[in-house]
Ligand binder design. Sequence first.
Ligand code: ADP
Ligand code: ASP
Ligand code: MG
Length: 412
Amino acid sequence: MPLLVMKFGGTSVGSLDRIRRAAKRVGVEVAKGYDVIVIVSAMSGKTNELVGWVSETSAMFDAREYDAVVSSGENVTAGLMALTLQEMDVPARSWQGWQVPVKTTSAHSSARIEEIPTEHLMAKFDEGMRVAVVAGFQGVSPEGRITTLGRGGSDTTAVAFAAAFGAERCDIYTDVDGVYTTDPRISPKARKLEKIAYEEMLELASLGAKVLQTRSVELAMRFHVKLRVLSSFEEYDENAGTLVCAEEDIMESNVVAGVAYSRDEAKVTLISVADRPGIAAAIFGPLSDAGVNVDMIVQNIAEEGRTDMTFSCPTDQVKRAERAMEEAKTSGEINYHDIVADTDVAKISVVGIGMRSQSGIAARMFEVLSNEGINIKVITTSEIKISVLIDRKYMELAVQALHDAFELEKAV
Ligand code: ADP
Ligand code: ASP
Ligand code: MG
């Protein structure tokens, strides 16, 4: 039988009523003849609550126990979804990650899926089960311990199942009706996209658009999974939502596909480091060893053999970065006068594959920000994106001004 993967995010399973609504949607696909793998998130707010409990209990928590606690929200919704389907006379059963098993690396709290054996669930489908409900976000390490896939990880569970089982499509049901040119909660002018290329979605996700977890887009691109984002609250139709697909499947698109923002980026400056060959390696080596994900880097022009080095990293890694730098200073690898962290910043990015062939987008972006009186602190570019770091208080203004300037409310 043809198979679909349907993923329901936190708000879509946020109450028993909503679980019922989602289950009805699954029931419709089953009635059409599909076997369905349903991936569920925890009820909205639950994972945040669990993370809070862990931090309150233990400041420098053991990541294995973090995963044991934080993965539990999904266990509840998986069981409830299976029960709801059974009440509707749909043969359904729930699985936790370890039971499938979803085999992952042992990088607790940000594990990667390595393998999903299909035999066990396939045998159940063969016996007449129509829906396998799988708790998203969780897996099991080679050591046999529960792991989680990082925040938003149920999207990745869904795409990984779609790839492993050769699903016809992977539908991601959420609280917006598709992927927009920017977060519709920030800009009322945001426009829903009918299609978006994997590459663009990958950049938007990694630059802060949390509608899909970055890793899920990576997997979809690699395994050619037909991925759709749609609302669980609106009436369903075949063309609903946004299709994330190969570039070749999109006839025309704007040069800039979308604007993303992230509040989770901080700026760290090492003041007055010696400007000598090897200094960058001496700074960024220890940062990498400490697991700090450095994104943007700026080295100032040197004066009298000394310079300032600025980099950005996720806000929750600032402490780790500072510690790594202090250790490198103590061991004599580097020398600096001071280290200053600024967490009151935001990263704003414009993304579009059209930038490969059209120049002038960066210049236009800088001009727009300058017209709004917004100072740019750090810049990075790649072939299809430009990112800037600015004061957090200008974040929404910048997103809106860029959305206007690149006329994203209009389709080409
Ligand atoms: P779920 O709980 O269903 O996984 P998320 O909260 O993780 O939902 O993701 C959906 C949210 O992503 C939306 O409510 C929206 O605010 C946000 N978002 C950010 N950027 C975009 C974008 N470009 N298009 C659509 N939604 C976006
Ligand atoms: N419940 C997890 C989270 O909030 C995973 C998910 O919803 O995708 O991050
Ligand atoms: Mg999500």
